[in-house]
Design a protein around this ligand. Structure first.
Ligand SMILES: C[S@@+](CC[C@H](N)C(=O)[O-])C[C@H]1O[C@@H](n2cnc3c(N)ncnc32)[C@H](O)[C@@H]1O
Length: 284
């Protein structure tokens, strides 16, 4: 599993991938906020919304955007990588004027926190929560799931999203083989949390009753990444050190092979493509 320092190293080029994760985050937000549709919070008791493993903030900003203009709410965005939170804060500054106009009573807080242990978030205080592409990155997903469930209020929905399938992972594994990285075969494997059975076992171990769990598959819309973006993403991503000096011509060749990675031309590129597993848990 990657350390906070390695995720820090991935933060600078993460935005080109976050363009793709955003659609799954928005879907998760709609699911999580469903039970709140008639509640807006009040000045005395604002809605408390949590996004765990926020990265650059696709779900945290999604939560803000999905709220009605008259909502009173605090959105708490958490991640253990400071550089990810740095990108999130920069985005919050860019959006500040617009957010203040559209959601005058919504506050965004960004806090560094390990998803497996969140002592500063009190039990049963969150009205909705999201953890998008976070759980499968945790060394101890059971602790992550237990913490996520612990902080939900009765009646609140939390939504966990992991990959069911992700073409970029296949491409990275292929690129690692191309540069002679012998660990590459193992890298193709995102981990047990992308399997519904393993996910259910994890949630069960975390003390979440089966009756509270709904599992859905969310098919993503394919999205293009340019050759330049892809090369920068690979070279600057600390999670794949074997590709730090990867050659652009090698990237171009592997994408052009007939493996469904995409094609280069005037209006084509690498195709980001995937299906997510969206797991919602409702606290009784
Ligand atoms: C694939 S990114 C997902 C980011 C964002 N939610 C999205 O969908 O674009 C995974 C995020 O999990 C964070 N992360 C990994 N392990 C973590 C941990 N133990 N505690 C908190 N965050 C963690 C990483 O720093 C990274 O920002």
């Amino acid at each position: 599993m990657a350390s906070a320092a390695e995720w820090d190293g991935a933060a600078g080029s993460y935005h080109s991938f976050a363009r793709f994760t955003e659609q799954f985050a928005r879907h998760a937000v709609a699911t999580a906020l469903g039970p709140l549709s008639t509640r807006t919070g009040t000045e005395e008791q604002p809605l408390m919304l949590l996004d765990v493993a926020s990265g650059t903030g696709v779900a945290a900003f999604g939560l803000i955007d999905a709220l009605p203009a008259n909502a009173w709410a605090t959105v708490l965005a958490t991640d253990f990588a400071e550089a990810m939170l740095g990108q999130l804060r920069a985005k919050a500054s860019q959006r500040a004027e617009d957010d203040a106009a559209k959601h005058p009573h919504v506050t965004l807080q960004a806090e560094r926190m390990d998803a497996q242990d969140m002592p500063s978030v009190r039990d049963a205080t969150m009205d909705a929560a999201t953890m998008v592409f976070g759980l499968h990155n945790l060394p101890n997903p059971v602790s992550g799931a237990r913490e996520f469930y612990r902080v939900l209020r009765p009646g609140a929905k939390g939504v966990i999203v992991t990959w069911h399938w992700n073409k970029l992972r296949e491409f990275i594994a292929q690129m690692r083989l191309e540069v002679g990285d012998v660990e590459a075969k193992a890298a193709d494997y995102i981990g047990p949390m992308t399997n519904e059975g393993e996910m259910r076992r994890c949630l069960h171990e975390a003390g979440i009753p089966d009756a509270c769990i709904v599992v859905d598959m969310v098919k993503g819309l394919p999205m293009q990444m340019s050759l330049e973006e892809l090369v920068v993403y690979l070279r600057t991503n600390s999670l794949v050190p074997a590709l730090r000096e990867v050659d652009a011509s090698l990237v171009r060749r592997v994408v052009s092979e007939d493996r469904g990675f995409g094609a280069w031309g005037d209006d084509s590129g690498f195709i980001l493509w995937g299906t997510a597993m969206e797991v919602s848990v409702t606290k009784p």
